[in-house]
Design a protein around this ligand. Sequence first.
Ligand code: COA
Length: 252
Amino acid sequence: MNISDISSQINTQVLGSVLTIKFNRPDKMNSFTFEMYRALTKILNEIEDDDDVRVVVLSGSGGNFSAGNDIKDFVSVVEENGMDRGHDAPAFVDTLREFSKPVVAAVEGFAVGIGATLLLYCDLVYASQDAQFRTPFTHLGLCPEAAASHILPRIMGRARAGEWLLLGDIIPADQAMRDGVVTRVCDDPLAMAQEKAMFLSKMSPKAVADTKRLMSSQNEILRKAFDEEMIKFAECLETEEARAAFKSFLER
Ligand code: COA
């Protein structure tokens, strides 16, 4: 596969059997476009059966992981009848959830919205001390996605999940680690992620894949929770409050 041709908004690098994928839209804090979701989905689907790639590392360019869905694209989904493109993000999350090989994330700077919730599908998450996590769905008149409403209360307790999902607080890296979203806070998350990925890539692929599958026994429940969220999310997108929040961000 010639991965480099897929999108200029996604960079890839292969080292040994480790594929590092970098979100590459630094001027917009690596916020995700439809093109990026489609490219990521395509890459994951193609390497699923590629024995030369055993582990994937996800990271962002320019000092940030990702500021979440591009807000302009939310507007285009609602106002330009772009609901067909509205399926690109769910398709990416579905693919990531079902992906059989280990995914290791390296987070610097902001991880917001789906830039934070996608971490719930990563097997290891390394973050810099200054990384900040935020799921500001309610601020935007939206509800959670990627089954975050199911996963977060279960990994951190409902009381802590309220700060993430209801208040939409900024969560510092140390707290995100205590909350069970981050594996470890370290000085150089990309180096750490690549080191751990390389280590994993040298282990028995069957043992690693079986372990990941056994750890993902809730996937069917997560799929249903995500489908349910998407119904509510589509309703929220149509509200005056959501439109006003997008407008206010875009007109700052
Ligand atoms: N969609 C589209 N553009 C985005 C974006 C997003 N989600 N996040 C950041 N950007 C753009 C900004 O519009 C700005 O572009 P400009 O320079 O052309 O004006 C650029 O990225 C830098 O962002 P800025 O807001 O100036 O940086 P900051 O350091 O002051 O704030 C954030 C960083 C992440 C706190 C802030 O950008 C933000 O809140 N972004 C929106 C996050 C969000 O709500 N995501 C969707 C969740 S569902």
